[in-house]
Design a protein around this ligand. Sequence first.
Ligand SMILES: *[C@@H]1O[C@H](CO)[C@@H](O)[C@H](O)[C@H]1NC(C)=O
Ligand SMILES: *[C@@H]1O[C@H](CO)[C@@H](O)[C@H](O)[C@H]1NC(C)=O
Ligand SMILES: *[C@@H]1O[C@H](CO)[C@@H](O)[C@H](O)[C@H]1NC(C)=O
Ligand SMILES: *[C@@H]1O[C@H](CO)[C@@H](O)[C@H](O)[C@H]1NC(C)=O
Ligand SMILES: *[C@@H]1O[C@H](CO)[C@@H](O)[C@H](O)[C@H]1NC(C)=O
Ligand SMILES: *[C@@H]1O[C@H](CO)[C@@H](O)[C@H](O)[C@H]1NC(C)=O
Ligand SMILES: *[C@@H]1O[C@H](CO)[C@@H](O)[C@H](O)[C@H]1NC(C)=O
Length: 400
Amino acid sequence: MASLALVFNLLLATTTMFTTRHRHNILLFSTLSLFIFTPLVLADCECGYLSTTGELLPNPHNPNAPTHQQHHALFTDLIESDFTKLVPEGQGDAAISANTDWVRQAFNLSDQRARGDYGEMFAVENVLATEKLEDDQGLKLIVRREVVEDMVPVAEIDTRRLDMYWGTFRASMKMTGVSGTCAAFFWYFNDTQEIDMEFLSKDFDKSNNSYPVNLVLQSREAVLNGYDAAATSNFVKAYLPFDPTEDFHEYRIDYLPGRVYFYVDGGLLAKIDGPAVPSSAGHLILQHWSNGNKLWSGGPPGRDASLVVRYVKAYFNSSRAERQRDWEGRCKDPGAKGAVCKVPDVLPQNGTAGGWFFMDQGNMTNNQTVWGNEGAMGGRLPGIGGLAMWVCVMFLLILL
Ligand SMILES: *[C@@H]1O[C@H](CO)[C@@H](O)[C@H](O)[C@H]1NC(C)=O
Ligand SMILES: *[C@@H]1O[C@H](CO)[C@@H](O)[C@H](O)[C@H]1NC(C)=O
Ligand SMILES: *[C@@H]1O[C@H](CO)[C@@H](O)[C@H](O)[C@H]1NC(C)=O
Ligand SMILES: *[C@@H]1O[C@H](CO)[C@@H](O)[C@H](O)[C@H]1NC(C)=O
Ligand SMILES: *[C@@H]1O[C@H](CO)[C@@H](O)[C@H](O)[C@H]1NC(C)=O
Ligand SMILES: *[C@@H]1O[C@H](CO)[C@@H](O)[C@H](O)[C@H]1NC(C)=O
Ligand SMILES: *[C@@H]1O[C@H](CO)[C@@H](O)[C@H](O)[C@H]1NC(C)=O
């Protein structure tokens, strides 16, 4: 493969030299290349993905006016997972068990380890794609009603990559209306470096439109408090401006140096800074669990309860030297048109949308590892066919 790349690069170099010396041929060349070399077109976003982040800033020209100006953060890597494209096990390649970005988890916790009235049985069969005819398409994480050997059957799925070092992480989710579970979307390194959004279904109250979400940094302080982050300063109970069991909404965590922002549908819910903000690389986890602890998850639920996840989009920097080198190699000129791509914000007016992905655009995820997306894996290397085409056109150009 390496030698093929070398040959290709040599060809590319000579062709470039050739075309610059024969300017009148460039038009013909580029017309030809339009038809033949689509895989060789320089891709977009090679310098990364630019996301809005943080609070609104004061307007420097008029301190009294609110402004929409925001900070931006650039990220080099992405993982986009459109779970609506999944198929149930045994019905094709797009089964969750075959996904290379996400790994379903299997482990058992005793009631003591789970710190509840019951233990928890994390099992892969509780993480599954919806069937074609179900209303809400996506990935289901199920907490089952029936306790097995004193354990509540529950669900967890993790990203395979562990190198997320700063990032903006977004999940479109619809919560269960069944009381007695905790749905969690979180970034995790270890028990004292963790950023959590936790939704307790028993706390949703339609009678007074009260839909809280618990925003938590699990810190050393929380561990000293017996893992009760609610008793620390790194805990915010925010209220959602809608019923999260009725529809999908985008929940978002921005993990930046020294600060963490939480959002829903693009609106800022809270900022937490200070020493509890993690400082390591980590990974993403989706969880749906219950352990009967009346002070937190409650439950077990009276019937099987599903959290449905439509997508996860993660734009992040990597802690791996190799990925940092890849970025340096890709990103020749951050100022070039299309080199940096804006991550579209998901706002309330997008409704339940937000189903836009860089990976679906064909040329915007070059050198990224996006599962099931050909364009993402190939980089700029043409196949044997492409190489043959090159040789042909070189020949044509020489004739001209
Ligand atoms: C990449 O694809 C987008 C949408 O398909 C298109 O607008 C853009 O011009 C393409 N960019 C390049 C460099 O081919
Ligand atoms: C991510 O990495 C890029 C490239 O090194 C850098 O320009 C950018 O500032 C980093 N982002 C953050 C949030 O640190
Ligand atoms: C969890 O416990 C159940 C019930 O005893 C058992 O069938 C299952 O294999 C255990 N799972 C793991 C990952 O050990
Ligand atoms: C988590 O990682 C940090 C940084 O490496 C370390 O200081 C801390 O002790 C770790 N916490 C646990 C519970 O292992
Ligand atoms: C809504 O009612 C529940 C149950 O009475 C109560 O616990 C909760 O605090 C109320 N929420 C708000 C925002 O008033
Ligand atoms: C949401 O809507 C805004 C404005 O209507 C648009 O600029 C943005 O691209 C949309 N976001 C997505 C993810 O489609
Ligand atoms: C990214 O590009 C580098 C350099 O061409 C290559 O070594 C690496 O395998 C590529 N990674 C992916 C995920 O395409």
